[in-house]
Design a protein around this ligand. Structure first.
Ligand SMILES: CC(C)(COP(=O)(O)OP(=O)(O)OC[C@H]1O[C@@H](n2cnc3c(N)ncnc32)[C@H](O)[C@@H]1OP(=O)(O)O)[C@@H](O)C(=O)NCCC(=O)NCCS
Length: 212
């Protein structure tokens, strides 16, 4: 899991975390259109995320991921996940139908964090995608790619070094999405990159990154 931001008030992560709206000044619109499918994207700091969107985000995560977590090395732990999803620096992009704003299509949850590198003395600054979860009906239409582009853009705006995320090896569709479609690669601290193959095999996840 990502390292939480340090108390160093000079670092870029701390600077971003002092600001509520991280989307001011980005050069992509908070909307996505494909043919006649029109999606508006709302940004929220966790403090401003309404209860019904918290509940919806957790339920959508659970709907999509319960089986993968249940089968994972660490198993399913709803409380631990809620702590992560509703952490004090959590930020959300919530995608909803323009025609019917009550219809929610998906969400991306991120945080600006300092993360370890292979150099013990160096941390990197990352726009860390903790979750991207779309309803089944909203998949395969480019919305996931667009939400990730927005995150890249936000990361760039706040001078992060890269976008990072963790993905289960068993989640093959998502793996292809990140690596083949979006150009992510194994981060240097990912088991598959920093451990001998025999040890790396014991881990059921990889950490991916894309320099920005
Ligand atoms: C993974 C996810 C965010 C991708 O978003 P999306 O809007 O469906 O993806 P896009 O339409 O932008 O891109 C789809 C591309 O991803 C790749 N892909 C392959 N298998 C896929 C799968 N099962 N699901 C999604 N994408 C897949 C393909 O390359 C596909 O390319 P194409 O458009 O040329 O067919 C979305 O499918 C989702 O929410 N899945 C369930 C939850 C999940 O696994 N989240 C990731 C946790 S790490």
């Amino acid at each position: 899991m990502p390292t939480q931001p340090s108390g160093d008030s000079n670092n870029k992560v701390a600077a971003a975390n002092r600001v509520k709206s991280l989307v001011d000044g980005i050069n992509l619109p908070l909307k996505y259109e494909r043919d006649d499918w029109q999606v508006d994207i709302d940004y929220y700091h966790i403090d401003d995320l309404p209860d019904h969107l918290r509940d919806w985000s957790f339920q959508t995560f659970k709907e999509n991921m319960l089986t993968l977590y249940t089968n994972s090395n660490d198993g399913w732990d709803a409380e631990q996940k809620k702590n992560e999803m509703f952490a004090k620096e959590a930020r959300y992009l919530i995608a909803r139908s323009r025609q019917n704003p009550a219809e929610l299509h998906g969400m991306l949850l991120f945080q600006m964090v300092q993360e370890e590198t292979m150099d013990d003395d160096t941390l990197c600054n990352a726009a860390y995608c903790y979750e991207i979860q779309l309803k089944e009906t909203a998949r395969g239409k480019g919305l996931g790619e667009y939400l990730m582009k927005l995150l890249e853009n936000i990361g760039k705006r706040w001078q992060m070094d890269k976008v990072m995320l963790t993905v289960f090896k068993a989640n093959k569709g998502a793996f292809d999405f990140y690596i083949k479609k979006l150009g992510f690669e194994l981060d240097e601290i990912s088991p598959g990159a920093c451990l001998p193959a025999k040890k790396a095999r014991l881990f059921d996840y990889e950490i991916l990154c894309k320099k920005i």
